[in-house]
Design a protein around this ligand. Sequence first.
Ligand SMILES: Nc1ncnc2c1ncn2[C@@H]1O[C@H](COP(=O)(O)OP(=O)(O)OP(=O)(O)O)[C@@H](O)[C@H]1O
Length: 278
Amino acid sequence: MTEIFERALRYLKAGLSIHFSGPSGTGKTSLALRVARSLGRPFSIIYGNSDFSSADLIGGNYGYRRKKTIDNFIHNVYTIEEDFQLRWLDKQLTKACREGHVLIYDEFSRTRPTINNILLSVLEEGVLFLPGSDAEKQTIAVHPEFRIIFTSNPLEYAGVHKTQAALEDRMVTIELNEMDRETEVAITMANSNLSGKDAEKVVDIVRDYRVIVPSSKNCTVRTCIKIAKVMAYEELSEYRSSTIKNMVAEILFSESRHPLINRKEMYPQVLSLIEKHL
Ligand SMILES: Nc1ncnc2c1ncn2[C@@H]1O[C@H](COP(=O)(O)OP(=O)(O)OP(=O)(O)O)[C@@H](O)[C@H]1O
């Protein structure tokens, strides 16, 4: 992870855009935040989704104006003028381009590719085109300190669109792989008050669960953290109680809601793997 962090920082300092790609829970967003902080510039984060529009990225014309004019001589006489006057309001991409901020575009490939096309000229020519009538059209020269960090899940995840080649060409993609056991233990400990030994037990439960349950790719280090938080709150003597075992099973199952998983059928198997480690 440290090496990836170093490389990411160097790409960004050299003026390139980067993209952390990998399965859920591999630490893409956390890493993007760490790297963005290290650049020492203001940063913001946006989350791609299928409903995302150009206006959500760049901004739009919004506005309503209400004006009250008070008569200078007769204090209770005033006039109110109301009109709709559209005013342009920047959204994060435009703001970041103007002011040289770092923009984290999390899960960018969940946004429809046509919406993300606006980024092509930003990344290649360093210009952002804002829409409007011919007279109003604005071209913003992108600030030299502007940087963008993309993150995405692989294509097989629900709701992920294929990224257009032209956009992929304009970023450096860094692949993050599933975490090894040691990293999962360290992250579980860092995010809960659990000791190393108990964090290992939790990680082993989740890792074994992934082996026996199909389609459990949502069972990530996030699942380990949830279980660890529950256990950190309990006395050691409670670990083997049926309440705790059921809670652990419940957390595991809730991360893998898949039509193929018959919870009732799998329950004894999952319970025995929990007992094996606790
Ligand atoms: N270096 C780290 N130190 C501490 N906690 C971390 C670290 N990396 C990741 N985590 C924790 O692991 C969990 C998963 O990380 P993160 O959300 O960054 O993954 P992701 O790859 O962006 O997942 P997704 O694709 O599902 O959004 C989070 O709870 C995060 O706080």
